[in-house]
Design a protein around this ligand. Structure first.
Ligand code: F6R
Length: 364
């Protein structure tokens, strides 16, 4: 049941510190601070490319994974929406590996994409929450997210645990390909191990999102922006928001705003910016100043250092613990989920069963 929570989605958001910890426990050895994966049907050092597909939120998880695989493992990764990939007849490399991400493991487009890569003789790896599912069965290796049953249609804990598995895979690939020293692996693994406690700390400060949600509920368009791995997270934030609040939201890469969407900015369009301090911060800060100069209402999600650096001008600042940029997408998913959740509950929508949507999409 829902216990003391009003909705399954809320319960599932609050379960994240535990399920992230459970998932980490199966893929990380806390003593050696190394990633431990089951036996793989291929060697990451030998594959020329990783070809991934998924749908919806799982696709955004994969898009974040692309930043990790390319940066840390120097492994080229293509990712596409499964409903496009399955019909595109993409040429795939010899000895390539394909990756599928799915909570249910039953999404028909993702399964069909998998079958295409099987025909094309790729090694097949999947990340699933349901180990008995079709996608798990048809994979060479299925890595499980230990999110437990997800009831709310809007994916929350499945998403963050998918990110955890992707992060571990990218570290394992980095080690195998010699692009990640063991010191660096230990450092990044430690950053992962700290996420559950940081997530709990943040969730205890949930109240800071409620005032913002009240304002969001009155808007008719909301933009989300981020740079680097915060860009796919902005896409995910917008999806979560529209799915349950029935308000229009769109995610943008921070640098892309001036190529069109900046024209939308005025005092009626709130823009949610995910900008953890780190190497990309100053660039995004520049984009924030441009939005402020055009009268935009900025909801900044950052750590204390980032919030201080931006100073006056933002309408709201949501403070998240300071973390390594590597794990930031996992932690920054939480404020975005809560923002969507509270806006939807203020609007009184059916949060767990949003209109027109199904939890598992088994027909095209
Ligand atoms: C959004 C959401 C969907 C799913 C998508 C894929 O909150 O839940 O976008 O992520 O339908 O589902 P799975 O992961 O079961 O393949």
């Amino acid at each position: 049941g829902k216990g003391s929570y009003r909705h399954f989605m809320q319960k599932e958001i609050f379960e994240q510190p535990v399920v992230i910890g459970d998932t980490l426990q199966s893929y990380v050895d806390p003593l050696s601070r190394r990633v431990t994966l089951p036996e793989m049907p291929f060697d990451f050092a030998q594959i020329p490319r990783l070809t991934a597909s998924a749908c919806g939120t799982a696709y955004y998880a994969g898009l974040i994974g692309k930043y990790w695989f390319e940066q840390m493992a120097r492994l080229p990764m293509d990712i596409d929406i499964a409903s496009e990939f399955r019909y595109r007849e993409a040429p795939l490399p010899e000895n390539g590996a394909a990756l599928f991400i799915s909570q249910s493991g039953e999404t028909i487009d993702t399964l069909s994409a998998l079958r295409y890569t099987r025909q094309e003789k790729q090694h097949i790896l999947s990340i699933v929450n349901q180990p008995e599912s079709a996608i798990a069965r048809e994979s060479d290796v299925a890595l499980q997210t230990l999110a437990g049953p997800e009831i709310g249609v809007a994916s929350t804990k499945a998403f963050t645990t998918q990110l955890v598995v992707l992060a571990c895979l990218a570290l394992a690939a980095g080690r195998a390909r010699g692009s990640l020293s063991s010191e660096r692996e230990a450092e990044l693994t430690s950053a992962l191990i700290e996420v559950p406690a940081q997530a709990s700390y943040f969730l205890e400060r949930e109240a800071q999102l409620i005032d913002i949600a009240n304002e969001m509920a009155d808007a008719s368009d909301i933009l989300y922006m981020g740079r680097g791995s915060m860009y796919p997270l902005a896409l995910e934030g917008a999806l979560k928001f529209k799915e349950i609040s029935y308000l229009h939201a769109e995610g943008y890469a921070a640098g892309e705003l001036k190529h069109g969407a900046m024209a939308l900015i005025d005092e009626h369009v709130p823009i949610v910016v995910c900008a953890p301090s780190g190497p990309l911060f100053d660039k995004t800060a520049g984009n924030i100043q441009e939005v402020i100069a055009r009268g935009g209402r900025v909801v900044l999600i950052s750590d204390s250092q980032g919030i201080e650096a931006i100073g006056e001008g933002v309408t709201h600042a949501v403070e998240v613990p300071e973390v390594s940029p590597f794990v930031a997408p996992i932690l920054y998913a939480l404020p975005l989920q809560l923002l969507a959740y509270h806006t939807a509950s203020i609007k009184g929508t059916d949060v767990d069963q949003p209109r027109n949507l199904a939890k598992s999409v088994t027909v095209e």
